[in-house]
Design a protein around this ligand. Structure first.
Ligand code: B12
Length: 215
């Protein structure tokens, strides 16, 4: 059985403790991002395949999601790298009606790992409400997540509003849609499309100094 099938089994049994124990054995100093990309994400994709093939029920899939969410929160609260807390700010949300949020939660955790101040607003946020918080918080980076292709028009509208904010924040676009479809037409100096957390990490490492200089 491969690693994510083992983890999927624990998720589907609702076995939070063993799932955390299993992940804690993955190295002397397990790196959070590695655990997200190598274990949690493929496990949830596997759960999606089982669901699509009717091998598990909707209730099973909900249970697995809840366990994954719990495990993710536990990993996020593990000791962070010793980085100086900076002044960079990231605000994250899922566009209206989008309910898939585990990826965005991993993004929040990755920014925190780098000492960023993070406001994670969760999924399904109408643009008007997102803008209220955005204008109050004035983040350097706004991360948006979308999974389903029929959200493309809404995503386009969200990007259009965010790039016209007067302090020109960087807009990061991610989620299943960015993985499965070519969204390069959205990309610009201000908008970056990302397929995974490795790209996010490389971006943070490459841009932190610039952002701190303008904050
Ligand atoms: C769990 C789940 C749900 C849960 C979500 C709960 C939650 N808390 O998130 C619930 C039950 C609500 C759900 C509902 C639905 N779902 Co659903 N779901 C899934 C499942 C199994 C896992 C999703 C997940 O968490 N993946 C793990 C995360 C970590 O992956 P990720 O989102 O891709 O994130 C990674 C990157 O994309 C990136 N990332 C994500 N966001 C961002 C943002 C930024 C800024 C950056 C930099 C990076 C980034 O970081 C992550 C790590 O690399 C997927 C299967 C799959 N293949 O994804 C189906 C899946 C996405 N769902 C699907 C469907 C069809 C639906 C429904 C339409 C079902 C229905 N009929 O009701 C609804 C739609 C709900 C809605 N309005 O949005 C289909 C989509 C198929 C398609 N062709 O589009 C999938 C693929 C299942 C399948 N195989 O059929 N779902």
């Amino acid at each position: 059985m491969d690693d994510f099938s083992k983890l999927a089994k624990l998720f589907l049994e609702g076995n939070e403790d063993d799932a955390i124990h299993y992940l804690s054995q993955m190295g002397p100093t397990p790196n959070r991002l590695h655990l997200y990309e190598q274990f949690l994400t493929p496990t949830m994709y596997h759960i999606g395949d089982l669901w699509e093939r009717n091998e598990i029920s909707v209730a099973d899939e909900h249970l697995a999601t809840a366990v994954c969410d719990f495990v993710l929160s536990q990993l996020d609260s593990m000791e962070k790298r010793k980085v100086e807390k900076g002044t960079s700010k990231a605000l994250l949300f899922g566009i209206e009606e989008e309910q898939h949020y585990l990826g965005l939660k991993m993004v929040a955790s990755t920014f925190r790992e780098y000492g960023w101040d993070v406001r994670y607003l969760g999924p399904n946020l109408p643009l008007d409400h997102a803008l209220t918080q955005v204008n109050r918080y004035k983040p350097d980076v706004i991360g948006v997540s979308a999974a389903l292709s029929y959200r493309l028009p809404v995503l386009k509208d969200v990007i259009e509003h965010l790039i016209h904010l007067d302090w020109s924040p960087t807009v990061l676009i991610g989620g299943r849609m960015a993985k499965e479809y070519d969204l390069s037409s959205f990309a610009s100096d201000q908008v970056v499309v990302m397929k995974d957390l490795h790209q996010l990490e490389a971006w943070i490492e490459g841009n932190e100094e610039d952002i701190n200089a303008t904050s």
